[in-house]
Design a protein around this ligand. Structure first.
Ligand SMILES: *Cc1c(COP(=O)(O)O)cnc(C)c1O
Length: 379
């Protein structure tokens, strides 16, 4: 099955009793048993719920994995992956990381004696000096947030092949329409389904997809034992979002490309961070790894002034100034003051998250209206 068909039919079937085309929202915590231990396959909704199950099956289908799991947030999904590890284990993570992931790693899990190394992986070989017998997990984002740096997933997978190290990829920015990390050698894919999978800014949700049934079972045990599941209503919303994922990401990418090119030619703009621009030193990797290039763009001002970026953001009308991304509506964000405020200022400076950096999540509106909005905000 190809991707446009999978988002609608992948691992999904009509409801068995009535033939309902959509999976019902099973608002139940528990399931009747005929005799003690004799049940329909469902016992208690923390372990499994049919609506969540339908979403989890769809997730596995679109990411080409063996098992999907749906969580109450993206961070709950990451928390589940980290609980595979033991005190003393080491993790290598890409340095330009989602702020909340960085916060969880350093402020919650370091105290349980997990050791995190953060490294720029534009050159994947930077991973090699950090690997030792304690290394158990490599955590990637590509494109990274907010600087749109790319990591060659296949190269990283090759470098750790044969070692007892899991490779996990946060695929929130790209979505499986653009890239499927499990096909490139990753073991686990993670999503903030709050973003493109849900797609309508109406739900907080997370997902994991495991390459093998064995790893899926381990993750499911942790999910079941620590309880960070997604409720049935929210599961339905994400499942509904996924059905239009392919169409939406096509439009996000068209709009993203046009806006990135517009920004690049604007006299007030200094750097534009978008994968498919001639100025991107990683253009070749972008073309190899990504099918289209999505709706996420960051840029800085020629003036380098924080006040200019703030004024620009205040003046936008069609773009909404808000955290988050990946919805049908366009959003704009100031990473240093909003999404990445939890990263210490020195660390931000080191990474290049300057105080004049603006991040755009281009929605699926008419691109002329989006560009006109940006133009009037500059003026
Ligand atoms: C939003 C986001 C997360 C966290 O997900 P929540 O659903 O907000 O918990 C993780 N990674 C990336 C790349 C994100 O954008």
């Amino acid at each position: 099955m190809k991707f446009n068909t999978k988002v609608i039919h992948g691992n999904q079937s009509h409801e068995k009793v009535t033939g309902s085309v959509n999976v019902p929202v099973f608002l139940t915590s528990t399931f009747a048993q005929k005799s003690p231990g004799e049940h329909s396959g469902y016992e208690y909704s923390r372990a499994a719920n049919p609506t969540r199950q339908a979403l989890e099956d769809a997730l596995a289908s679109i990411e080409n994995g063996a098992r999907g799991l749906a969580f109450g947030s993206g961070l709950a999904a990451i928390d589940c992956v980290l609980k595979l590890l033991n005190p003393g284990d080491e993790i290598i993570a890409v340095d330009d990381l989602y702020g909340g992931s960085y916060r969880m790693f350093t402020r919650l899990f370091e105290k349980y004696q997990l050791k995190f190394h953060f490294v720029n992986l534009e050159n994947p070989e930077n991973i090699l000096p950090l690997i030792n017998e304690k290394t158990k997990l490599v955590w990637l984002e590509t494109p990274t947030n907010p600087l749109m740096k790319l990591v060659d997933i296949q190269k990283v997978a090759e470098l750790i092949k044969g070692k007892d190290i899991l490779l996990a990829v946060d695929n929130t920015f790209a979505t499986p329409y653009i890239q499927t990390p499990l096909d490139l050698g990753a073991d686990i894919v993670m999503h903030s389904a709050t973003k493109y999978l849900g797609g309508h800014s109406d739900v907080i949700a997370g997902a994991l997809i495991a390459k093998t049934p064995e790893l899926g079972e381990k993750l499911h045990f942790i999910q079941f034992a620590s309880g960070g599941i997604l409720g049935p209503h929210d599961s339905y919303l994400v499942l509904r979002g996924i059905k239009t994922l392919a169409l939406r990401v096509q439009r996000h990418s068209e709009n993203g490309q046009k806006i990135a090119e517009y920004l690049q030619n604007h006299p007030k703009v200094d750097k534009v961070f978008y994968p498919n621009l001639a100025s991107n030193p990683q253009l070749e990797l972008a073309k190899k790894q990504m099918k289209t290039f999505g709706g996420m763009i960051s840029f800085t001002f020629k003036s380098g002034k924080k006040e200019d970026s703030i004024q620009f953001l205040e003046k936008l009308k069609v773009f909404t100034l808000a955290e988050s991304l990946g919805g049908v509506e366009s959003l704009a964000n100031h990473p240093a003051l909003m999404t990445h405020a939890s990263i210490p200022a020195e660390k931000r400076a080191e990474l290049g998250i300057t105080d004049d950096l603006v991040r755009l999540s281009c929605g699926i509106e008419d691109v002329e209206d989006l560009i006109a909005d940006i133009e009037q905000a500059f003026n």
